[in-house]
Design a protein around this ligand. Structure first.
Ligand code: 3SL
Length: 239
């Protein structure tokens, strides 16, 4: 039976061999939620990059929209920040466009997970799509939590628990202490996910930046149940 494991931070990735496995990269607040929203709303493909300079350069080279965030704020000189509403509010038309995106943690976690057999983007918004993909692959799954500057983040871990719960019939979710811990946190959180995560440091950070409507949106479970961003060659596309 394949298993689900959780890597709490990209800094722990050297301890995980992703080869032969499916990596589910998650940055609930907000990078992977924004990527799912972008592809669900007409963006054709996404280039996630680590550095701002690369984001500018690739944007010019491919004629793409650029999206960038550092420390929770839109980086200067880019078309979009890291809010999912950037792909919903119509201020910047996104339909039929490609996007290059660079964020503090999420896009770094993605780039560091590319040794996996398959790399997909997870969020509460597309939880069912991720679970369906994992089940179809029948391979070990590692949830790679983007965390915050190398540190553990509650919301990414709780997502890992939610995914493990959905896969529990067909996957081993009890051999890894990390997965057990994530499942326990999810059991605590699920009756009132928003209330539970209000305690988290990232939510406090976002609220101080007046991004609390992003927080509420990013926790909508299965808003896009059929939307699965997957890595192909050098970009994320819809599966
Ligand atoms: O770190 C990231 O990748 C971002 O998602 C952080 S923030 O939500 O934009 O603050």
């Amino acid at each position: 039976m394949p298993s689900v494991d959780i890597c709490f931070s990209p800094e722990l990735l050297p301890l995980y061999d992703l080869r032969g496995r499916v990596a589910v990269v998650v940055d609930i607040l907000r990078a992977t939620s924004s990527i799912v929203t972008a592809l669900a709303n007409g963006v054709t493909h996404i280039f996630p990059v680590a550095e701002l300079a690369e984001c500018q350069a690739l944007g010019q080279q491919h004629g793409c929209l650029t999206a960038a965030e550092r420390d929770g704020r839109q980086a200067e000189g880019f078309d979009l920040g890291n809010s999912p509403f950037g792909y919903l509010d119509g201020v910047v038309p996104v339909q039929g466009r490609a996007v290059v995106i660079s964020t503090t943690n999420g896009t770094q976690a993605l780039r560091r997970s590319l040794t996996a057999d398959a790399v997909v983007v997870g969020a509460f918004l597309n939880l069912q799509a991720v679970a369906d993909f994992a089940r179809a692959q029948q391979k070990d799954v590692v949830v790679v939590c983007a965390g915050w500057k190398g540190k553990f983040c509650l919301e990414d871990t709780v997502f890992g628990g939610a995914l493990a719960e959905r896969l529990a019939q067909d996957f081993d979710v009890s051999s890894s202490d990390a997965t057990l811990a994530a499942l326990h946190l999810w059991q605590q959180a699920k009756a009132d996910l928003n209330g539970y995560l209000l305690q988290s440091s990232h939510v406090r950070r976002l609220n101080s930046l007046e991004a609390n409507k992003d927080f509420e949106f990013c926790l909508k479970t299965d808003e896009y149940p059929g939307v699965l961003p997957v890595w192909r060659e050098d970009r994320l596309v819809l599966a």
